[in-house]
Design a protein around this ligand. Structure first.
Ligand SMILES: [Ca+2]
Ligand SMILES: [Ca+2]
Ligand SMILES: [Ca+2]
Length: 495
């Protein structure tokens, strides 16, 4: 027998709260599945509650998040609210009572902290505006990194061989007393590697392929405050791998070399790469694919031409090899009767929808250009958006409906209605991001497809409860966001 159980729920409000997540007792959940997760919440009506630590700082519009149990027993968590629509700040605490919280870390919109999972005491994240009046849509993403083991020179990660490629991170990494610079006076977040040259000759050390704008130092010596610096590097530029660093140096067989990877601001700490290879520097390359989205199972879009870097005419699809770190931007030329709705890709997602898409290429990437028909309402004001002659323009509206489940595949379709032309997204921890575009007031169905931990849970137990956020960007520039909880069911879970 196939059972379907579906619910749409509003965010976890309770009692006389002014905004979801406003009170410590009814927080949003912050997740760390598969390395990251997030939630989108308004702080417009949020308040400071009695007993809140450091009350009176910031905007007094705090939203609370509770870190849920996760598969990572210990490591580094990074809380990021930089995508909020206001200048935000984060405080991290541990504890279950508002009156007896232990403060672990605080900072701007990007705060890393060490955590060790404790089933009896939760980690709490408070998101607030930095200054009075800083309110709006708060966006919190949490991301997991493994424990940081090579912060100090004494704990340098040992590398061996003539061709080496390692990944790591420098979230929460620090500078030691007396530590030399590694290409920038702002270096404060070094991690260390130790390598003994297997042969005499020229070797290249580079950080191509990492996520961050690095600097790199090559040193020799025994103590961090008495090192001999052989070379430093900041950017390799367009012919190299952009903001990543490279050093080519003659080395002696059997000699030990010390490599420090750093950044110019702690706000840039993230995943990094370090490569060692014999001979001169050879940049890393990635494949950039550009596609024009013409149809989806639910909608027909328009057509047009997308131009990628170097004047490459993509037509409906193109593919090009470019150096790591290449700045990428696109020009899209719609066919007659169509207009560019926007670009879709993980790289473009953080940029204003409908505008250009620009990013630095750090991996193989695929970008979709979405063209939509020019609305018929161009001849006059559309019925849903009357002109402002006399009356105020109504705010665009966004509503979610009752989702329809497919218990065979374990997915659902969530109807989303908009009052006028909009680009609608569906986001959530443990589900695939979806996006659709309408040329007028319409209802589209966005698929809720579980991934990662959610997918595994669904397969194991047959049930999964997912919170999704649905931001919509309307043609007039307004952004409206709603959220929904979708309860999925799988008829035949793997027991
Ligand atoms: Ca509050
Ligand atoms: Ca360090
Ligand atoms: Ca750099």
């Amino acid at each position: 027998m196939i059972l379907a159980c579906l619910l749409i729920a509003t965010p976890a409000t309770a009692g006389d709260e002014n905004a979801p997540g406003d009170s410590f007792a009814h927080p949003w959940s912050a997740l760390l599945p598969e390395g990251h997760g997030g939630a989108f919440s308004s702080t417009l009506d949020a308040t400071t509650e009695p007993g809140e630590p450091e009350a009176g700082t910031g905007a007094g519009a705090s939203i609370w998040y509770k870190l849920l149990p996760n598969p990572y027993r210990s490591g580094i968590a990074l809380a990021n609210s930089c995508d909020s629509t206001f200048d935000s700040k984060i405080d991290v605490y541990k504890g279950n009572e508002l009156a007896s919280l232990t403060k672990l870390a605080s900072g701007g919109c990007r705060v890393g902290f060490e955590f060790e999972w404790d089933p009896d005491e939760y980690y709490r994240i408070r998101l607030d505006g930095r200054n009075p009046g800083d309110r709006g849509w708060g966006s919190l993403y949490t991301r997991y990194f493994p424990p940081l083991l090579n912060d100090d020179l004494a704990d340098a990660q040992v590398l061996s061989g003539s061709s080496v490629s390692v990944t790591g991170h420098n979230v929460t990494a620090t500078r030691e007393a007396g530590e030399p610079s590694h290409g920038s006076p702002q270096n404060e977040n070094s991690v260390w590697f130790k390598w003994t040259a297997p042969t005499t000759g020229e070797f290249t050390f580079d950080t191509c392929g990492g996520k961050i704008d690095t600097t790199l130092g090559l040193h020799q010596g025994a103590r961090v405050d008495t090192l001999t610096t052989l070379a430093v590097s900041d950017d390799t530029g367009p012919a190299g791998c952009g903001s990543r660093s490279a050093i080519t140096e003659a080395v002696e067989a059997g000699e030990e070399y010390l490599l420090a990877v750093d950044v110019k601001a702690s706000s840039q700490t993230a995943n990094l790469n370090l490569r060692i290879s014999p001979g001169p520097f050879v940049p890393l390359t990635h494949t950039l694919k550009v596609t024009t989205v013409e149809t989806t199972p639910h909608q027909v879009f328009g057509t047009g031409t997308t131009f990628a870097p170097g004047g490459l005419n993509c037509g409906s699809v193109c593919s090009v090899e470019l150096n790591d770190g290449t700045p990428v931007s696109f020009t899209a030329v719609p066919d007659p009767g169509f207009e560019l709705s926007g670009f879709g890709s993980q790289e473009c997602n953080k940029q204003p929808w409908g505008g250009n898409c620009q990013f630095e290429l750090t991996r193989d990437a695929e970008v979709f250009a979405v063209f939509v028909p020019v609305p018929e309402s161009d001849d006059g004001p559309p019925p849903s958006e009357p002109d402002s002659d006399g009356g105020a323009k109504p705010e665009p509206t966004l509503r979610t409906g009752r989702p329809r489940i497919d218990p065979v595949t374990g997915t659902a379709k969530l109807p989303v209605s908009v009052s006028s032309a909009a680009v609608i997204s569906l986001k959530g921890a443990g589900v695939k991001n979806r996006r659709a575009s309408t040329g007028r007031a319409n209802t589209v169905k966005l698929e809720v497809i579980p991934t990662g931990k959610t997918k595994r849970r669904l397969r194991r137990t047959g049930r999964a409860r997912i919170r999704v956020t649905v931001p919509a960007r309307f043609r007039n520039g307004a952004t409206v966001t709603t959220s929904a909880v979708v309860k999925l069911k799988l008829a035949d879970p793997v027991s």
